[in-house]
Ligand binder design. Sequence first.
Ligand code: SAM
Ligand code: SF4
Length: 472
Amino acid sequence: MDADTKAVWLDENHITAVLEARGIEDTGLVTETLAKAEELRGLSMEDAAALLAVRDPELRERIFLAAARVKERIYGKRVVLFAPLYFSSLCSNECLYCAFRRRNNAVRRRALSMQEIDAETRILLRQGHKRLLLVAGEAYPGSGIDYVLETIDTVYAARENGASIRRVNVNLAPLSVEDFRRLGERHIGTFQLFQETYHRPTYAEVHLAGPKRDFDWRASSFDRAMLAGIDDVGMGLLYGLYDWRFETLAMLSHIAHLEERFGVGCHTISVPRMEPAAGSDMALRPPHPLGDDDFLLLVAVLRLAVPYTGIILSTRESAPLRQRALELGVSQISAGSRTSPGGYAEAADENDDNTDFDAAQFRRGDCRGLEEVVADLAERGYIPSFCTGCYRKGRTGKDFMDLARPGLIRRKCTPNALSTFEEYLLDYASPATRAVGENAIARCLEDMDDDVRQTSDRLLLKVRDGQRDVYC
Ligand code: SAM
Ligand code: SF4
């Protein structure tokens, strides 16, 4: 079998056997596993299974504390912010959980023109965003993949008061090696793709028509992306479709496969849970719902299992849950999002409450605008980051991981987070948010090692002097 088109690494029987062997809560094993995790070298599938088996609230609390410590040691107070930009809801697939599925008449559909994409981008620039995630259904109008490539060019070319988007990530359907190569030439940041479920029978049951029915073509996407030179990939799956413990172990085995074959796993992991979507009965009643407590355990275990991998949480989740997940391991969140094409231009105000549900992919749990999220984070001592430094300095893939392990994230990311946050405060924030933000920056500087502090002071001075887009 060919690993470029088949998920040769996925061994369902082995995953099931590991879950059975490690299915009974074992305090001694958990203690041993947590000690290993705190050395920041990650966890095997067996180790992760031992932690995922924990049901006792006190033992879970020990996992949460370990995850919070690992999170703090690697990432400090930095939280990366981004916004999704949905540019088309046309789709040829029939995914039962999604509002964009082909046969759904309950949703208003559109593919944005380049002018509209420019307008959406400029709205996000006016809010202060610097990192966007492009999202679309799988049926591109007219020229197919060329439409996607043109969209990326349009987003990068958009200007608003001299500001531009500095990093475009994409969440798109699988491509051939040749099309991945063309995508890579557009200087994307991360190529994201969620497997939805690693359980083949469930996958077949919920994907009824269209190219997405091919499980293996999807599960081998990152192999083709990496062969095409895209070394920055983002994994994920849709929690709610099948047993969350099985899915999580399968995703870890997917990461292990990439590490073994290409020397680098994934740059980020997304953890979406199924949300209500117009015209989807399944999304209202997920077959395997994942409750909040288990969801938080899952985030904590991922943080311990792959400590240097970014964990992304979207506005699917409510503000209080996002807050707790940030403590336990999430390192990137979206803010002020719309999940309908043209949704930013249509929104009457930044905080409106799912008024676009009839055109959106799913219901949002956190409808706050970017500034409200920024102020809230800063009040809690976090440093909202709009940094795009690593990608623009070419620190991606294996280079990033090699540098991340000896402490890159703190030495580079913290100064870059502070300089981009300062830019945001000076250029976009109200006086009240600015005051809260400056306070958070001052507190963060107090806690720093001397060399990181010097780099941070130097970058902050440049920004306060009027320079923009400074990073190390
Ligand atoms: N159409 C492409 C695909 O399916 O890979 C890319 C974009 S798709 C709009 C992005 C992701 O949205 C999907 O991979 C799926 O995990 C997620 N999604 C779909 N329906 C959802 C729902 N009801 N709740 C939460 N997430 C959902
Ligand atoms: Fe289309 Fe993606 Fe939605 Fe499936 S999840 S219906 S492929 S947009």
